[in-house]
Every structure is written in C-alpha cells, then in structure tokens.
Design a protein around this ligand. Structure first.
Ligand code: DQA
Length: 157
C-alpha cells in the first residue's frame, strides 16, 4: 500500500552549505533562513493534514542514508541536493531505489541563469518535478506537489 500524507511524513532534505542560508550569498539565495524554510514546509503540509521531517547535512553519505530511510517510512521526498545536484551519482542511485515514491527537486536560485555547470542535474533523472528560482517559496510548491502525488488520505485524494 503506498503511503499517503495522512499516514507518513514528507522527508525534506537539504545538502551542503544550506545550513548557512540567510547569510550565504544573500544576493543569490535570499535572506530567508533554513529555519524559515522549515516553518513554511510544516505550515504547508499541515494545511493538508500532514507533517514534515526536515533535515540538512553537509555529507553525501548521510543524505544517502536518509533517502534510504524515506524509502521505508515516508510518503515522499523533497530534496535540495545543493552542490551534490551536479556531482552525485550516489544520491541519484538512492533516489532511483525509491520505487514509486514522489520526489521533487528544489533549488532556491534559478540554476539555469547561472554558471554552465549548474545546468546539469543528476537528481533530475529521477525527480518527478523540478522547481528552481522561487527562493524558499519553492519548498512550499514542492510540498504541495508531493501532497498531490502521494494523496492526502482524505476522500478527495
Ligand atoms: C542550489 C544551487 C546549487 O547549484 C548550489 O550548489 C547550491 C544551492 C540552490 O538552492 O539554488 O548550494 O541548490
């Protein structure tokens, strides 16, 4: 039985340097903090009767471990892999092992408006949707999309 938002939290993962959000290159990433993003995700999920499990790591292997955890016990994944977007086959493979689980990739900045190397994403090969350039609002859009794909568990799905 697929898990719905009513029965399991959304795993929201953040990659390296996103702990510095708000003070790190605010002209690119904005002045909102990661705590602001977490509060927005929690509020958006709550509006659909759900919860989030919001995490950040600077370590690739830890992100892989958390994706494997989500595979067993969450209703979907929202991931901003940060720099690992452009380098990590390990994160792509972990996401690809999550059969049928909704996956939405988020970037605060519009990666297509920046350096050429940011235009390639390994994660996009598995993601069901990609949101870029909306700041922390992109996380709210991603939560909405996971809720739609996983179903909220009420009669309207
Ligand atoms: C980012 C974009 C990546 O290219 C960059 O390495 C990041 C953040 C974003 O949210 O815009 O660390 O994922």
């Amino acid at each position: 039985m697929p898990r719905t938002l009513a029965s399991a939290p959304i795993m929201i993962l953040n990659g390296p340097n996103l702990n510095l959000l708000g003070t790190r290159q605010p002209e690119i990433y904005g002045s909102d903090t990661l705590a602001d993003a977490e509060a927005l995700c929690a509020k958006t999920a709550a509006a659909h009767g759900g919860t989030v499990d919001f995490r950040q790591s600077n370590h690739e292997g830890e992100l892989v471990d958390w994706i494997q955890e989500a595979r067993q016990s969450h209703c979907g994944i929202v991931i901003n892999p940060a720099a690992y977007t452009h380098t990590s086959v390990a994160i792509l493979d972990a996401l690809s092992a999550c059969d049928g689980l909704p996956v939405v990739e988020v970037h605060l900045s519009n990666v297509h408006k920046r350096e050429e190397f940011r235009r390639h994403s390994y994660v996009s090969l598995r993601a069901d949707a990609v949101i870029a350039g909306c700041g922390i609002q992109g996380y709210a859009f991603a939560v909405e999309r996971v809720a739609a794909l996983a179903g909220t568990g009420d009669a309207t799905g």
